[in-house]
Write a protein that binds this ligand. Structure first.
Ligand SMILES: Cc1cc2nc3c(=O)[nH]c(=O)nc-3n(C[C@H](O)[C@H](O)[C@H](O)COP(=O)(O)O)c2cc1C
Length: 198
């Protein structure tokens, strides 16, 4: 049975919602799935003033525990087309794991959220993949066998590089049914591959 970690950062809850959908999909394969998040770096007072979603139930992950999983599925909102600094700060503490090759051969995958439709989903996902390659991970996206990413009938996220949602400038848009289905598909897909490799 594959052990899967869904590790996310979310300021306003969009990536958090996607994380639980990813986990749901991964669990459908019989995998043991844990959802955790990385620490917030913004002072609590500032976070409150800016309406951050502070009631997030997922426990905070430790860097060392990354080595305990067969697959890690990372979720981050975009920041100027890249991952959020909270996630980067966590990842930049993985030097010890890198030295030991602790993540080599594990499955790595990424999902994201942007405010606007063309606000950098693909660059956030593929630039995150670079980190996973440095760790020797087997990088997995969202294949086109998830047909929900085709078609132009509606504004929607999801890319071959990973599931995604669009939050709108004021964060009012919530992940749509097809975006959550993409997240579940990615979770299932990653967990299935991890089980084959384990
Ligand atoms: C500093 C900063 C930079 C951002 N850069 C982008 C961007 O380049 N493109 C975009 O579409 N949205 C951008 N956003 C919006 C966030 O990506 C959006 O709030 C997020 O996807 C919502 O996800 P969350 O609710 O999980 O935090 C930015 C937000 C902040 C605070």
């Amino acid at each position: 049975m594959a052990k899967v970690l869904v590790l996310y950062y979310s300021t306003y809850g969009h990536v958090e919602q996607m994380a639980y959908a990813v986990a749901e999909g991964a669990r459908e394969t019989g995998a043991e799935v844990v959802v955790k998040r990385v620490p917030e770096l913004v002072p609590e007072e500032v976070a409150r003033q800016n309406h951050f979603k502070l009631d997030q139930a997922a426990p905070i992950a430790t860097v060392a525990e990354l080595a305990d999983y067969d697959a890690i599925i990372f979720g981050t909102p975009t920041r100027y087309g890249n991952m959020a600094s909270q996630m980067k700060q966590f990842i930049d503490q993985t030097g010890g794991l890198w030295m030991k090759g602790a993540l080599v051969g594990k499955v790595g995958s990424v999902f994201t959220s942007t405010a606007s439709q063309h606000g950098g989903q693909e660059t956030t996902l593929t630039s995150f993949h670079t980190v996973l390659f440095h760790h020797g991970m087997v990088v997995v996206g969202l294949p086109y066998s998830f047909q929900g990413q085709a078609g132009v009938e509606a504004v929607k996220g999801n890319t071959p590089y990973g599931a995604s949602t669009i939050a709108d400038g004021d964060g009012s848009r919530q992940p749509s049914a097809v975006e959550l289905e993409g997240a579940r598909f990615q979770g299932r897909h990653v967990a299935g591959i991890a089980a084959k490799l384990a």
